[in-house]
Design a protein around this ligand. Structure first.
Ligand code: PEP
Ligand code: CO
Length: 456
C-alpha cells in the first residue's frame, strides 16, 4: 500500500499485541522459533493459491465454503478415530450442501493446528491444594496446558514445536485418508441419520428430512452410474486447513518465500484467521497478516464499526485481490438484524472483494443455571437464517459458514432433533473451550441450511 511502512515477517513485533503470551524463557522461545523455521512447511503455496481461487469463485457465487471443527483442538485429539470422525462429518455436510445448493463446496477444517486460544481474561482464579490461587488462563495446547496447576499453566515455548508436530501428523493422516478415497461417505445408507427418527420430531420435519435423504442418495447413485472416471472425480476429495493465527511467533517462524512465486507465505495453514479480540487495525495481527499471500479470515463481532471493517479490509488486501479476504461475521441472534446490514452495505458500496461467511456460534454462547457453557441449536439456526435474509435484502450473498463441531457424540450444545437438554450436558462434555455441535446436530444443521439455500 503506498505510504505503508515496510513489512517483514517480524515487523509485527513493533506493534501492540493483544493476547500476547508472556513467556519467561526468551532463549527457549528463540530456540523453538529457529527449529520451526528449519522444519518443512505444513502446507504448500500451490495449495494456498488453489484455496484462494476457490474463495474467489465463492465470492462470485460459484461455490460455497464450509469451515468447521473444534473450538480448541488438543494434542490429545491427535488420534485416528477423532480425526476420521471430524473429516467424515465435514465431508457428509458438504455433500448435503452440494446437493441443496447445486454448487461445489470447499471444505476447510478448523483442525490440524487449531491449538491457540484467545481468552477474555489473562488469568483465572481457582483452588490448588486447598488454597485459592491465580494462574494464567489456558491459551490452547500451543501455549500451555488446560489442567489448573501452576506447572501446566506456565507458557512453554516447546509446545509450539509439539503443536507443529501434531498438526503434521494430523495432516499426514488426513491426506492418506483422502488419497484412499474414503468412499463410504458417499452413501447416505452408511450415515448415521438417527436424528431423523427421533420421537420428538414433528411429522412434517421428519417427512422433509426423509425426502432430502432420498433425493441425496439418488443424486449420488446417479453420479456414480455415470462411469468410473466420474467416480474417481467424485471420490477425490479436496480438503484445506485453517486455524486462528493467534501466536505470531509460531506463524512468523513458518512464513517463507517460495521458489518461482512472489511474496511471503504463512505455511502453517492454508487459511489463517484473525480473531475478534485481535483485529485492531494498528495491532500486531493486522500488521503480520497484511504481508502474507494466504487468504485471511477476519472475525467480525457486534462491536465492529462499518468504517473500521472497511479500513481493515483495505489494509489486508491493498491489491484488491479476489479470494483474499473472508469476513466471518459472528453477531449473535439478538444483534445480527441490527448490526449486519450496515457492515454489508459499507463493504459492498466500496467494491472491495470479500467473501461473506457466517459464524453462528460465537455470538450465541449462554450459561445454564448450573453455570455450564452451551449454545442452543435454535439460536444457531436462527442467526444463519437471519443472515441469509439480510444478504438477500442488501443484494449481497452468503458464501460460507463457520461452525464449531465434532464428529463425535458429545453433549455440549442443547437442542436439535436428537433433543439434548440442559440436564444431558454433563454426559459427554469434552471441549476444553467452547461447546461444539455433535455429529447429529451438525448433519441436521447441514440439512436445514441446504433446504434454506436450496437452488432451483
Ligand atoms: C473462536 O473462533 O474460537 C473464537 C475465539 O472466536 P472469536 O474470535 O470470534 O471470538
Ligand atoms: Co470458539
Amino acid at each position: 500500500m503506498p505510504g505503508s511502512p515496510p513489512w517483514s515477517p517480524t515487523s509485527w513485533r513493533q506493534r501492540l499485541q493483544a493476547q500476547q503470551v508472556r513467556y519467561d524463557d526468551r532463549d527457549a522461545v528463540e530456540a523453538a522459533a529457529k527449529k520451526l523455521a528449519s522444519l518443512p512447511p505444513l502446507v504448500t503455496s500451490y495449495e494456498i493459491e488453489r484455496l484462494k481461487s476457490e474463495i474467489a469463485d465463492a465470492q462470485r457465487g460459484g461455490r460455497f465454503i464450509l469451515q468447521g471443527g473444534d473450538c480448541a483442538e488438543t494434542l490429545a485429539d491427535c488420534r485416528p478415530e477423532v480425526i476420521t470422525a471430524k473429516l467424515k462429518i465435514l465431508l457428509q455436510m458438504s455433500l448435503v450442501l452440494i446437493h441443496g445448493l447445486k454448487k461445489p463446496v470447499t471444505r476447510v477444517g478448523r483442525f490440524a493446528g487449531q491449538y491457540a486460544k484467545p481468552r477474555s481474561s489473562p488469568t483465572e482464579k481457582g483452588v490448588v491444594g486447598g488454597a485459592e490461587v491465580e494462574l494464567p488462563s489456558y491459551f490452547g495446547d500451543l501455549v500451555n496446558r488446560a489442567e489448573f496447576d501452576p506447572d501446566a499453566r506456565r507458557p512453554d515455548p516447546h509446545l509450539m514445536v509439539r503443536g507443529y508436530q501434531h498438526a503434521a501428523m494430523t495432516l499426514n493422516f488426513i491426506r492418506s485418508l483422502l488419497d484412499g478415497g474414503f468412499a463410504d461417505i458417499h452413501h447416505p445408507d452408511h450415515w448415521d441419520l438417527s436424528f431423523m427418527s427421533h420421537a420428538g420430531l414433528s411429522p412434517e420435519r421428519r417427512a422433509q428430512y426423509e425426502r432430502m435423504r432420498d433425493t441425496l442418495a439418488d443424486g449420488l447413485r446417479f453420479m456414480e452410474a455415470l462411469g468410473e472416471k466420474n467416480v474417481d472425480e467424485l471420490t477425490r476429495v479436496e480438503f484445506f486447513t485453517s486455524h486462528e493465527g493467534l501466536n505470531l511467533i509460531y506463524e512468523s517462524a513458518q512464513t517463507r518465500r517460495v521458489p518461482r512465486r512472489e511474496g511471503w507465505y504463512d505455511l502453517t495453514t492454508h487459511l489463517p484467521w484473525i480473531g475478534e479480540r485481535t483485529r485492531q487495525i494498528d495491532g500486531a495481527h493486522a500488521e503480520f497478516f497484511r504481508g502474507v499471500e494466504n487468504p485471511v479470515g477476519v472475525k467480525i463481532g457486534p462491536k465492529a464499526d462499518p468504517e473500521d471493517v472497511l479500513a481493515l479490509v483495505r489494509l489486508l488486501n491493498p491489491r484488491r485481490e479476489p479470494g483474499k479476504i473472508v469476513l466471518i461475521v459472528r453477531m449473535g441472534v439478538d444483534l445480527v438484524a441490527e448490526r449486519l446490514g450496515p457492515i454489508l452495505g459499507a463493504v459492498d458500496a466500496s467494491g472491495e472483494p470479500v467473501l461473506w461467511s457466517c459464524d453462528p456460534m460465537h455470538g450465541n454462547g449462554i450459561k445454564t443455571s448450573r453455570g455450564v457453557k452451551t449454545r442452543d441449536f435454535d439460536a444457531i439456526l436462527a442467526e444463519l437464517e437471519q443472515t441469509i435474509d439480510i444478504h438477500e435484502k442488501t443484494g449481497t450473498h452468503l458464501g460460507g459458514v463457520h461452525f464449531e463441531l465434532t464428529g463425535e457424540d458429545v453433549t455440549e450444545c442443547v437442542g436439535g432433533a436428537a433433543g439434548i437438554g440442559e440436564d444431558d450436558l454433563h454426559e459427554n462434555y469434552t471441549s476444553p473451550c467452547d461447546p461444539r455441535l455433535n455429529y447429529q446436530q451438525s448433519l441436521e444443521l447441514a440439512f436445514l441450511l441446504a433446504d434454506r439455500m436450496r437452488a432451483g
